[in-house]
Design a protein around this ligand. Sequence first.
Ligand code: KIV
Ligand code: NA
Length: 276
Amino acid sequence: MKQTTDFYQMKERNEKITMITAYDYPSAKLAEQAGIDMILVGDSLGMVMLGYDSTIQVTLDDMIHHTKAVKRGAIDTFIVADLPFATYHSSREETVRNAAKLMQEGGAHAVKLEGAEDIILEHIEALKVAGIPVVAHIGLTPQSVAVIGGYKVQGKSVEAAQKLIEEAKKCEKAGAFAIVLECVPRQLAEEITKQLTIPVIGIGAGPNCDGQVLVYHDLLGYGVERLPKFVKQYVNIQEDIVSGIQAYINEVKTGVFPDEKTSYTMKDGVLESLYG
Ligand code: KIV
Ligand code: NA
């Protein structure tokens, strides 16, 4: 299993870091099987798994529940879990307690939190002191969508770009071991990646970051409709899923399934295994 130090080395070697979200046992198992470097139990699960319209509704208990399932599916992959909405803002104590739960109960190896305001930076430091590796997340920060006024590309003006560069440096200084950079112009992402020694994992941040993260359901076309420009959909499993379910419905309605082959029979004294 890769560890935080491996990710620094990958940056140094110019070897791209791959990350995908996963939220349950099968998605984690398949991500690990495919050879992903890092799994993110993102609070995007509120939208893609639970059908909410934002990440605001996701609770710490939701995150623990899903992280546990991911851990059972991916026993040999580095797992980062999101600290959800308003669980790392009140005090150092509460932040450390909540993050510790994601590690101790959920089984995460690290936590991710959004923003780079002074209080967040203080809390990144406190987490590090407690032995909790932290991934920072700046640019578009979905938990603040109600404050920033919608999902928009960040850092487009010179001033906004300068502010993001400063924020990234502050996160590194506070002790984050990696940083997610979401929805910023590619030139800005490249500049931030150059200026930091910690790995920059991009999403909607162009090709010159140290790594990339995408949402599982987005890249696989699983239960999603309108996708942002930055997503590349590699397959469209929802088509197979719907046609598979339609075939099943059809065969049951017409009596094609179950048939002889898929039924058990009464043979005296012979114990039949479930699997035939
Ligand atoms: O929750 C999530 O999926 C994320 C990624 C988009 C980085 O935070
Ligand atoms: Na998230």
